[in-house]
Design a binder for this molecule. Sequence first.
Ligand code: SAM
Length: 223
Amino acid sequence: MFILLKKILKTSDNSHTIYVPNLNETYHSIYGAITESNHIFIKNGLLRKLDVNEISILEIGYGTGLNILLSYHESRGSNKNINYTAIEPFPLNLEILDKLNYLNFFEEKDLSKIFFNIHKSKFDVKYKLGDKFHLIKKKIKIENLNLSNKYDLVYFDLFAPRVQPNLWTVKIFKQIYDIMNFGSILVTYCSKGYVKRNLKECGFKIESCPGPPGKREITRAVK
Ligand SMILES: C[S@@+](CC[C@H](N)C(=O)[O-])C[C@H]1O[C@@H](n2cnc3c(N)ncnc32)[C@H](O)[C@@H]1O
């Protein structure tokens, strides 16, 4: 997969996403980037893990860092400890990140520092983003991931199966299943039948949840 050029697009809720013309693919839904990320990863992911005080999150394909920012923002008022591992083989440069308008959607001015710290923090070094929020970024492809930690919540946010058919497979899902705790959740925007079947084959229990604008369903897979 090659990313040749990137353009910023405004989505239906006015938040930005990134469009990759040679893949004809966007980083988020054109019906609302922030709306989509909040719905899938926060509402149907993080907020389903209210029973525990310590949560280990793994994000596959952190791209703009929007899910890290939203997770940080959501967890800030709670007394939960969050350990967030985020992987991305193709980090965006600061020139494009600087133009994204996500900070306009929050009242808290200090989030601007948080957003840039997310991107400026070094790879493979545990970074304290907030009192109870630690981030470790890894510049690696999911195919080569070798982690010994166990996760409670996985944000599976790769490009669509049309673009990356080799990553929505039993082999990749099994690799992730093995590093998830019992009762943990994987959430993804994709609701294709064969993706759900592949998840099921690994041992996940599949739940289809209502999708954000422009999408009928999303998938939650429970270990
Ligand atoms: C749908 S976009 C990401 C959206 C991202 N979560 C965000 O909020 O901006 C998919 C991301 O997966 C990354 N990616 C592509 N190939 C990958 C791979 N083999 N392993 C992990 N991430 C990959 C892309 O670079 C891109 O950032």
